[in-house]
Design a protein around this ligand. Sequence first.
Ligand SMILES: Nc1ncnc2c1ncn2[C@@H]1O[C@H](COP(=O)(O)OP(=O)(O)OP(=O)(O)O)[C@@H](O)[C@H]1O
Ligand SMILES: [Mg+2]
Length: 299
Amino acid sequence: MSGFVEKPEPVEVPGLVHLHTGKVRDLYQDADGRLVMVASDRMSAYDWVLPTEIPDKGRVLTQLSLWWFERLTDLVPHHVISSELPAGAPADWAGRTLVCRPLEMVPVECVARGYLTGSGLAEYEQTRTVCGLALPEGLSDGSELPSPIFTPATKAAVGEHDENVAYEEVARQVGADVAARLRQTTLAVYGRARDIARDRGILLADTKFEFGFADGELVLADEVLTPDSSRFWPVDQWEPGRPQPSFDKQFVRDWLRSPAAAWDRDGELPPPELPAEVVERTRAKYIEAYERLTGMSWS
Ligand SMILES: Nc1ncnc2c1ncn2[C@@H]1O[C@H](COP(=O)(O)OP(=O)(O)OP(=O)(O)O)[C@@H](O)[C@H]1O
Ligand SMILES: [Mg+2]
């Protein structure tokens, strides 16, 4: 079992039509056909949307994505039209709502990895490959790869794992030309972001992008380069051969696996509410990532 413990009811806003409730974002359409994307404070972990929210998380994800989009426009167009609150929207949507170009989404999670960990490490340990790409011997958890690699995954439904796939499989699904553009753009954006982050003391281990098409144009969509879509490691604590500390849900995952949570990850029951301390430390991590990267103070 997995998914939502309780799927939230969409907010009713005059002039907006609710389209979709994602794990983290709610999608609406405005009267002009534009997409209104509202990032919630919901947190997902182990394929569940947790019953406890992380205050300010939606605003951090939104503001950080906006900051990055502006730094990538020469590489790829992005989907944001405006960050102004649509007329009639609730005040608490401010700062976490983006009006976007509605895209025909490409059903591929475009992942770039510069370092080995997570599902990449798991595959490497079995076969010395990641997404079918051969890698040298002797790498361990957190190792830098000889050069960044494109490791696409299929986009799973709520409650299911994304699955790594070979590049050839993506080419079969979306065509060789689109696949090549996804790979090229993903690696170009990763390279830019990695360099910017490194200057700010953050190592961008890997990250996931989503793209879509509008009027034949390939457009960068969704959120970008946030702690939810990326692994950010403090540069000064990087030490291959062990799991790295990171600016994300680490406290949540650690707690959910601890005896205190008394929760069976592989069982039928949903995860429990998070304790206040885990919520606060997670919130602080998200804000710290925002502040380190942008150089701006959160409040
Ligand atoms: N410009 C866009 N046009 C259309 N869809 C978009 C655009 N940008 C993002 N999306 C989609 O909006 C959704 C964002 O919601 P969220 O990230 O919470 O969902 P998810 O749980 O990752 O995925 P899903 O709800 O599709 O299972 C994703 O399905 C994403 O593909
Ligand atoms: Mg998503």
